[in-house]
Structure formats: C-alpha cells, structure tokens
Design a protein around this ligand. Structure first.
Ligand code: PLP
Length: 418
C-alpha cells in the first residue's frame, strides 16, 4: 500500500470531475461534514426557493398556487425527477410523507397482494434483519400486531442467513439496501431474484442508497421501495420521503391510508373512496409544500451529473478514509465495521471504538462532523458532491490527534440526538 500525503489528496481534488459541485452547497467554514448520510447539506438554491414559495406563491397567489405553482402535482413531479437516480421510470415514484409512513403503506399493500393470490394466501412471514433500521422493524411490528392475523417477523442476524430465511413461508421480504450502521450493501438483484423464486415479494428501503450509489429497481425487478430525501438527496430536515411501486403491482396496490389525495377525483368530493390509477394512489393527504419544494433544489443538482460518477468518487473517498485511518491510527483500537469489498459497501465508513461516543463528540468539537450509533460505532458519511479528498486527510489527522492525546474523556455526556 502506498503512503499518501496531504499533497497527494490535493492532487486528487484537482483531478476530481465532481469538484465543482461543492459550490452548489452551503457549507460553514472550518467544518468537514461527514454526516450527509443523516442530514444532507443545504443546496445554495434552497433559501431563494423557500422565499419564493413563502412570499410569492403563498403570500401573493394564495390558494391559486395549488394550480398555478403546481403544488398539487409536486409529489409526482419530484418523483419523476428522482426516478432516474433509483432506476425507476416516469409515474412510478411519488415524494410524500415520511419513510416510516411509506413503509406502512408498502407493507400493508404487499401483504394484501400476497393474501389475495391462492398460491400465497397462507403465507404469514415477513423476513428482515435484526440490524435493520429500528423504524422499519417497528412499522412491521405495528402492522402485524394491528392486522392480528398471525403474521410473524423472522429476523436474521447476518446477511448470509437471508437466503435460507427467505423460503416458501415468506410473504414479504423487507430489507434496507445499505445498512445504516455498518454501511453493508446488499446484492439487490440476487436477493430480489431469490425472493421471487420463493414466491415472496420484496420491499427495499433506499434511505442510505438513493443519491449515494446507482440503484436499479426496475432492472432488479424489485416490487416496492421507499426512502428518505433528507439524507444523500439533500432535501432538508424532515423533507418528505418517497415510495416506488413496480408498474405490475400498481393496480393491486391498496393501502389502508386511503386519504383524498389518493382518490381518483379528489375534488369530486365523493363519499366513497376510489383509488386513482397509478402511483398517486400512494398519496394520503395534503402535503407539506414548503418542505416538498426544497426537495427539488437537491434533485436539481443530481440532474447535472450521473450516479456512476458519484459512485466512483464515493468508493475513492471511502477507500482513502479506510487506508488513512489504518495507516495513521494503526496504534489505536479501531475496528473497521464496514465491508472492504466495493460490491458490499455503501457510501459510509464505520469504525468501532470502546469510547466511540466520546471520540465522536471530540471530533465534532474540532469541526469534523460524523455521528454515533450504538454499540461504539462512529459513522462517517461521504457525500461525493461536496466532500473533498483533502477533507478526508484532514479528518483523519484530527482523529489521530484526538486518539494520540486521549483528548476525549470529558466528552462522554450523551445528547438526545447522537
Ligand atoms: C433514516 C432512515 C429512516 C427514517 O425514517 P423517517 O420516517 O424519515 O424518520 C427509515 N429507514 C431507514 C433505513 C433509515 O436509514
């Protein structure tokens, strides 16, 4: 392995074809932001867009803006902008509600589709991973408890156990493409094909893959997908999530949150619910337009590049981070939790350290912003649109200094959000 210097990293920055995109984001001086996997940075276009939506569209045009400013169509328009990033087509995605709520819709509809077919009617098992993001598991628990029809959740402890757990008892498989804690990336085409071979449907959570790496939902023949827009897609705090339903399931896709925005003619004000054709049936009620409008600012940046270019830089950044930590902090007890194999790695790197929380607090105090997840895991997210190779160098130097001087023991007190 070659030994890198800071100058080598500056040379990499000079040759970086994505370097110019950093200027599309507002990043505070002196901050190395390695938490775009939790809350993406603000696109510089966002304040003016917010101002326009609030003062002009709302303030001046008032209710006319539902038509004139395209508010009503916004969930679909944003879905169409997002579609190419996740290998979906027009009219297959809407941006709406939270990931948790969209999980509920997809779980409910998926179970119902399985219960309506005579080959799968008796299936009562939802397969997932114990290490899945908690809200995914909580939503599955909520729906099985509420349905009260004998559904159970089968959780595996390692990705290797999935193939066996996804058998002919499985109704639905619910997996997060990139694990939020370890950065482990699943083989979407292989697992989807396996689930289908067993007669199960598969729901992918793309929270840590949409905008982080190329996703090919259609090519993988997936059934359903959901994900966040406030992480790698830079849509802003709490910006609405998305839901994708494969064309072949859209007609049968019926979820119990059948609000008026999913109605075939919402302004006919009919007493009986009749789902609209296509993906808009995944909508429920009136959308948070100000938040939704911010999602467009993030998606507009992606429209100027390709997920292939983003993936290439992401792997280069995460490779460099792993290499530098292992070379420069080799005398400290840091354990790499993220797979080394590119095919199994998302856009983050996690290291475990006995004092991970305190070390992360010290990093944050010195301007290197990552985050912490139990147990002992420091997460570093690499967002190729605005993270530089020299940032990787500088972050590792600060980490090394903190560890060398044990300058973290006073930072053990926990905040509510870690
Ligand atoms: C971030 C994340 C969520 C967040 O769900 P919200 O409803 O937006 O709070 C859900 N699932 C996964 C896998 C995540 O990483």
């Amino acid at each position: 392995m070659t030994t890198m210097t800071r100058n080598d990293c500056l040379t990499l920055d000079q040759g970086d074809t994505l370097a110019g995109f950093r200027n599309e984001f507002s990043l505070p001086e002196g901050t190395i932001y390695l938490d775009g996997n939790s809350l993406g940075a603000m696109p510089k276009a966002a304040p003016a867009r917010a101002q326009q939506v609030i003062t002009s569209e709302w303030g001046t045009d008032l209710i006319k803006s539902w038509n004139k400013a395209g508010w009503f169509d916004l969930p679909s328009r944003l879905g169409n902008l997002l579609a190419p990033l996740i290998g979906a087509a027009e009219n297959e995605v809407v941006v709406t509600d939270s990931t948790s709520v969209n999980l509920f819709k997809a779980l409910a509809a998926g179970l119902q589709i399985q219960a309506s077919k005579k080959e799968t009617v008796g299936r009562k098992v939802i397969v997932s991973e114990r290490s899945n993001f908690p809200t995914d598991l909580y939503m599955a628990q909520g729906i099985t408890r509420w349905l009260d029809r004998g559904y159970t959740i089968r959780l595996v402890d390692t990705p290797e156990e999935l193939a066996e757990a996804i058998n002919t008892e499985a109704a639905l498989v619910m997996l997060t493409h990139v694990n939020y804690r370890t950065g482990y990336l699943h083989d979407m085409p292989a697992l989807t094909a396996h689930a289908h071979k067993q007669g199960a449907l598969i729901l992918w959570d793309l929270a840590h893959s949409a905008g982080a790496l190329p996703v090919e939902l259609k090519r993988a023949n997936a059934d359903f997908a959901v994900g966040c827009t406030y992480k790698y897609l830079n849509g802003g705090p709490g910006s609405p999530a998305f839901i994708w339903v494969a064309q072949r399931h859209q007609e049968a896709f019926q979820h119990p949150l059948s609000g008026w925005w999913g109605h075939a003619s919402p302004f006919a004000m009919q007493p009986a619910f009749e789902a609209t054709a296509g993906i808009r049936r995944a909508l429920c009620g009136t959308q948070p337009i100000v938040s939704l409008a911010m999602v467009e600012c993030g998606l507009e940046v992606f429209a100027k590049t390709s997920m292939q270019a983003i993936r290439a830089k992401s792997l280069a950044l995460t490779d460099l981070f792993i290499q530098l930590v292992e070379q420069r902090c080799s005398h400290h007890p840091l354990e790499l939790v993220t797979p080394r194999m590119h095919a199994q790695r998302g856009s983050q790197v996690s290291f475990r350290h006995a004092h991970g929380y305190a070390v992360m607090q010290s990093l944050i105090a010195r301007g290197v912003i990552g985050d912490y997840r139990e147990p002992g895991i420091m997460r570093f997210g690499f967002t190729p649109l605005y993270v530089r190779f020299s940032d990787v160098w500088d972050a590792v130097e600060i980490l090394r200094d903190i560890l060398d001087t044990a300058d973290y023991s006073m930072n053990a007190e926990r905040h509510a959000v870690t």
